[in-house]
Design a protein. Structure first.
Length: 290
């Protein structure tokens, strides 16, 4: 969704391979599965791809198979429009990349500069399980110390989006950049935020700011201070991480909709961001009707 790859056809044509044979070999479940679950490293996956090509394409020379996989071994390139949307969203919330990938992902992201465009990267090879398995989302939430209720997951796979949704995560199927833009805008993560009560067709209701904090005492003290200043509703919620039931694995969320001056809480986001960061937390936007 953030990077794209040139077509395989020129590589296959140059090495005498049938069209589609590279992807068919590399992404066969028994070939790619161990790599994206972290059981084997990237070089072992590519060696397995060469072996599968030799088995699938009669008469293919080993040197040609290795050369084709080496030429296919590329990091891709960023999708500028998608990266710009991520930059806009990061002014309002943290953005993490959860992806099925091999052990080479960190190197690839550094090579094309995407490692600087997100706040965190959660790779299936690192956590040991791939989407759409529910455990992949649970482990990602654990790594990020985030709760499902205040997380938006976007994916170009409808299957992955539905899997996240079953865990209580707000999920959007975004097969292209236009769909990603609509998903982010519809949740108030792009452009101007609506005023309280301005239920536009995309937002669906009043947008809140949530202060997400790791410590209950801090959350309750901050909520009491803000309530005394006139913030509303300034209430504290406990959001357990997916798959957990221990209070130690909870986020403590201070819900804010309206500031003392009558404007939406989002109009004071810089102050709220600083307040949360000062207590090892962060803020995020959320629709009151979600």
């Amino acid at each position: 969704m953030l990077r794209r790859f040139a077509p395989d056809d020129p590589i296959e044509d140059a090495h005498g391979l049938p069209r589609g044979s590279l992807a068919s070999a590399a992404f066969a479940p028994d070939v790619v599965g161990p790599a994206i679950s972290g059981a084997v490293r990237d070089d072992a996956w590519r060696a397995a791809t060469v072996a599968r090509l030799l088995a699938d394409v009669p008469g293919l020379a080993a040197d040609a198979a290795r050369a084709a996989v080496e030429a296919w071994n590329r990091p891709g390139e960023p999708i500028p429009a998608a990266v710009e949307l991520v930059r806009q969203a990061r002014t309002r919330c943290r953005v993490a990349l959860l992806t099925n990938a091999t052990s080479r992902l960190p190197e690839d992201l550094r090579r094309i500069g995407l490692d600087r465009e997100v706040d965190a990267v959660v790779s299936s090879a690192r956590i040991g399980v791939a989407k759409p398995a529910p455990e992949a989302f649970r482990r990602a939430l654990r790594v990020l110390q985030h709760s499902p209720a205040s997380t938006l997951f976007c994916d170009d796979s409808a299957v992955n989006a539905e899997a996240a949704r079953t865990l209580g995560i707000d999920a959007a199927h975004v097969p292209d950049t236009d769909a990603l833009r609509a998903a982010l805008a519809g949740r108030g993560l792009l452009g101007e935020r609506p005023a309280p009560g301005a239920a536009g067709p995309e937002s669906g209701g009043v947008l809140l700011v949530l202060l997400v904090l790791p410590d209950r005492a801090d959350a309750e003290r901050i909520a009491a201070t803000l309530a005394a200043e006139g913030w509303s509703p300034a209430v504290v919620h406990k959001d357990l991480l997916a798959g957990e039931d221990d209070v130690e694995d909870a986020d403590w969320v201070v819900e804010l909709a309206t500031a003392p001056d009558g404007r939406p809480a989002a109009a004071h986001r810089p102050r709220l961001d600083a307040l949360a960061a000062g207590h090892d937390g962060f803020t995020t936007g959320f629709s009151s009707t979600d």
